[in-house]
Design a protein around this ligand. Structure first.
Ligand code: GAL
Length: 815
């Protein structure tokens, strides 16, 4: 690989020209960051086969392979689900071949000039048990697949020639409770620096005091000196807001050999606060000068905001009360698998924003670093979670096998990587860890809480507890700063009464299960309801034994100011854990999502939106294609107080929100309606009885045509960005046919490819990468990806017996 220094130096000068000119130093900074995306070779399991496949990274080797019920079949007692005898769980980890060994190799060229440099390799995450080799020499290992890590390649490099980079990975069976993904599933980079440099993830920026007129900024910088002797340096710290330098400081230091921690305080006038609505971000540019040469430039980001957790009035952001309207998100991207894709995450968070969510909990592991960056930019609070398991196993080969040697390293790696992000408010050290029942539980929790306090004194530790009795009894709940409760809305008041000093929130809530477009009558609570077609009710009243409906959590949250909010399980469906059908093949993905695995919102999206968002919502369910004369239920998810329902013009009555029954508090319900085909209309009424909004469902006729709509029509031509195109089967009047399951064929022409397909059906075993997909309840999804060439991509969708449809997306470098 050859380096374009000129271009790089130019970029630095253009970006930071002001500060470099002012100090009148010669820019000898050649910190270079090179993403290693292309020209990787990969082989699954057998190195001797010598059948290397060309791949790009991020890469998930298992997502394109067939499902198989035998993969990672787990005969386990899941105590957390209340089980007492082992059950055979088939799709628990997604039934894709993520188990086994993955071998990656890539050629890296280092020039003669590189000999003067320090060269690092950084992984945002590799699944799992990564062992890195350069030129057949062992460089290092990092077993936890979710951690970001870095190794110094310098001693292993042969300069002025190609070097062989190899990464060996191994996933064991029985090591996860969901689909972990497989491979180098996040970004990898080479970073080259001069021998005096800012350590990667080596700044820690805090804002000890903020007022309307002034913000105090403390910057701790870890500077490495890998030269043979002590060095005198100047450290120039500058703070930028929207590319304007707003504060700067230059100080001289004598660097010892190796690591030096340097602290500088700065002030910013009239700081622009970071908040959910105004996510203002500042940039710190750290320059190191040796003599009259700038030898390193390192950028970090931070924001001005205050967070306060109280035991009686809940959480405060910038002095204002704010309830967490949060979602838990696993790390996979549905049809894309675990392979990280920035634009797919952006798409997801935009949907969460649209729903009114203001917080994310990255369950149950360190997320890709870009997720908390997006939270910073888009205005979400963020809870970074480190572990799902400590010393006591939930799965035989899970984190328990790493606990003793790695817990501290993994937690420190997470904190150092993410602690400058203003969106980040708590460090979650564990989820439902089995130590809740163990006499040593508090000791292990205290060990992790102490690490949090040592590495980041500005944020509390937290954990999610399901076994509250155990965690309270053995002192574990006391050993975290903020106990989070999983599925305990009925207990919030009692916890508060018994422990008025505790600051608390619902770390995991609801776990309502539903399949998009599947309705079962009458609409009523279905506790651990197993239905013959392996689907759950889209009336959002089905839930497993330990869980609840959204409504029940809403009520508990509204009742008590002291409870800081909730994190719904989950924002999106994920691969694995097909509760309540864990034993019933062919299920292999979750039913918990507010949005299905393919990215299509379920009805529940509108229930949360009606409760969380400021926007007006009037959403009618179910669809209107039933048996003539059948008794059906009709619900309306709305934030209007009153509405009238009409069937073919006849009023079926006015309903008002009524807090005396749980389900009438958050929905409007008409049960026992006798179905007749035609038009079902709901009209929202104001206090005077005037119509202020309406929503109509019509009976669909015979499937006639295909409709395809994209989430956007302009994307960057970078070979990475994805577009979500929703495909629907419609009748001749454009009404969606709610039970259509036609096989759709996809073809792309021009500057795009089909990256993945899906339909959100948890029982579907169709490939995520084939250029075809059956519709599930009238819809499916095609995820297109741009190429590196500018131009247009045209998607054509065809299906036997339906008129085809197409759409065109512009791809350009100026977006
Ligand atoms: C919780 C657990 C989650 C998920 C969820 C399903 O107990 O923390 O990871 O398993 O239950 O309801």
């Amino acid at each position: 690989m050859r380096t374009n220094y000129l271009l790089y130096l130019l970029t630095i000068f253009v970006g930071l020209g002001v500060s470099c000119q002012k100090v009148e130093k010669i820019n000898k900074n050649n910190r270079e960051v090179i993403r290693l995306t292309d020209q990787w070779e990969f082989q699954y399991n057998d190195t001797l086969a010598n059948q290397w496949e060309q791949v790009t990274v991020p890469h998930d080797w298992a997502i394109s392979m067939p499902f198989d019920q035998e993969i990672d079949k787990q005969d386990v007692i899941v105590l957390e689900d209340g089980e007492r005898v082992p059950k055979t769980r088939t799709g628990r980890t997604g039934a894709l071949p993520h188990i086994g060994k993955g071998f990656y190799k890539k050629s890296l060229y280092f020039s003669k000039e590189d000999q003067q440099k320090k060269v690092f390799i950084q992984f945002d995450g590799a699944m799992s048990h990564a062992k890195v080799y350069l030129n057949k020499q062992f460089v290092g290992t990092w077993p936890y697949g979710y951690s970001s890590f870095e190794f110094d390649l310098t001693p292993f490099i042969q300069f002025n020639q190609d070097n062989l980079l190899e990464v060996h990975l191994e996933n064991k069976s029985l090591s996860s409770r969901w689909y972990p993904g497989a491979g180098i599933y996040r970004e990898v980079r080479i970073v080259k620096t001069n021998p005096v440099y800012v350590k990667n993830w080596g700044t820690f920026i805090t804002t000890p005091q903020i007022t309307a007129s002034k913000g105090n900024v403390n910057i701790k910088t870890s500077v490495e000196n890998k030269t043979a002797q002590a060095q005198n340096i100047e450290l120039i710290q500058s703070i930028f807001f929207k590319n304007q330098r707003v504060s700067t400081s230059t100080k001289s230091f004598k660097l010892n050999k190796n690591n030096n921690d340097i602290e500088i305080d700065l002030e910013v006038e009239n700081p622009q606060w970071w908040s959910i609505e105004t996510p203002n971000l500042y940039k710190v540019v750290t320059e190191i000068a040796v003599g009259n040469e700038i030898v390193d430039i390192y950028e970090s980001q931070f924001g001005f905001r205050t967070i306060e957790f109280t035991s009686d009035k809940g959480f405060f952001l910038n002095g204002k009360p704010l309830k967490f309207k949060g979602v838990c998100l696993h790390h996979d991207l549905g049809p894309l698998g675990a392979a990280h894709n920035l634009s797919a995450w952006k798409h997801r968070l935009l949907k969460m924003k649209e729903m009114g969510a203001n917080a994310i909990r990255s369950t149950h592991n360190p997320s890709d670093p870009s997720l908390v960056q997006l939270a910073d930019e888009m205005g979400f609070l963020f809870v970074a979670e480190a572990f799902d398991e400590w010393e006591i196993a939930k799965t035989e080969n899970g984190y328990n096998t790493l606990w003793h040697d790695w817990a501290e390293k993994d937690l420190v790696a997470l904190i150092h990587r993410d602690r400058n992000h203003p969106s980040l408010i708590m460090w979650s050290i564990g989820n439902e860890i089995r130590e809740q029942n163990d006499p040593n539980g508090a000791k292990n929790a205290q060990f992790l809480t102490d690490i949090v306090h040592r590495e980041d004194p500005t944020r509390p530790s937290t954990a999610g507890f399901n076994n509250f009795k155990g965690a309270i009894k053995n002192g574990l709940a006391d050993a975290v700063d903020i106990p989070g409760w999983n599925y305990k809305p009925q207990k919030y008041e009692a916890f508060h009464k018994d422990h008025p000093e505790w600051k608390m929130y619902g770390s995991e809530t609801a776990s309502t299960v539903s399949s998009r477009g599947e309705y079962f009558f009458p609409a009523k609570e279905g506790k651990h309801k197993i239905r013959p077609n392996l689907h759950s009710n889209s009336f959002d009243m089905d839930f497993p034994n330990w869980a609840q409906t959204p409504d029940r959590e809403f009520r508990a949250q509204e009742k008590s100011d002291f409870i800081m909010g909730e994190f719904v399980w989950t924002g999106y469906d994920y691969l694995g854990e097909p509760t309540p059908y864990n034993e019933q093949w062919p299920t292999k993905s979750s039913y918990f999502g507010i949005i299905d695995l393919a990215g299509i919102p379920k009805d529940r999206f509108y229930l949360y939106k009606s409760h969380w968002s400021e926007e007006k919502v009037l959403h009618l369910l179910p669809h209107w294609n039933w048996e003539e004369g059948q008794t059906v239920s009709v619900h309306c998810y709305t934030n209007y107080d009153k509405a009238e329902l009409f069937l073919n013009g006849r009023s079926l009555g006015i309903k008002s929100k009524d807090a005396s029954t749980l389900y009438d508090t958050y929905r409007l319900r008409w049960d026992n309606i006798t179905y007749e085909a035609g038009e079902l209309k709901v009209v929202a009424l104001n206090e005077k009885g005037e119509v202020i909004a309406e929503e109509i469902k019509k009976t669909a006729g015979k499937p006639n045509a295909i409709r395809v709509e994209a989430d956007r029509y302009e994307v960057t031509a970078n070979g990475e960005e994805v577009v979500y195109a929703t495909v629907s089967v419609v009748d001749q009047n454009g009404i969606i046919c709610p039970k259509a399951d036609h096989l759709m064929q996809f073809e792309v022409e021009g500057q795009g490819t089909i990256r993945a397909v899906g339909n959100g059906d948890p029982t579907s075993l169709e490939s995520f990468v084939a250029p075809q997909r059956k519709a599930f309840n009238g819809k499916c999804m095609v995820i297109l990806q741009s190429t590196k060439e500018e131009g247009k991509m045209t998607l054509k969708v065809t299906s036997k017996g339906l008129s085809s449809s197409e759409l065109t997306i512009n791809t350009s470098n100026s977006i």
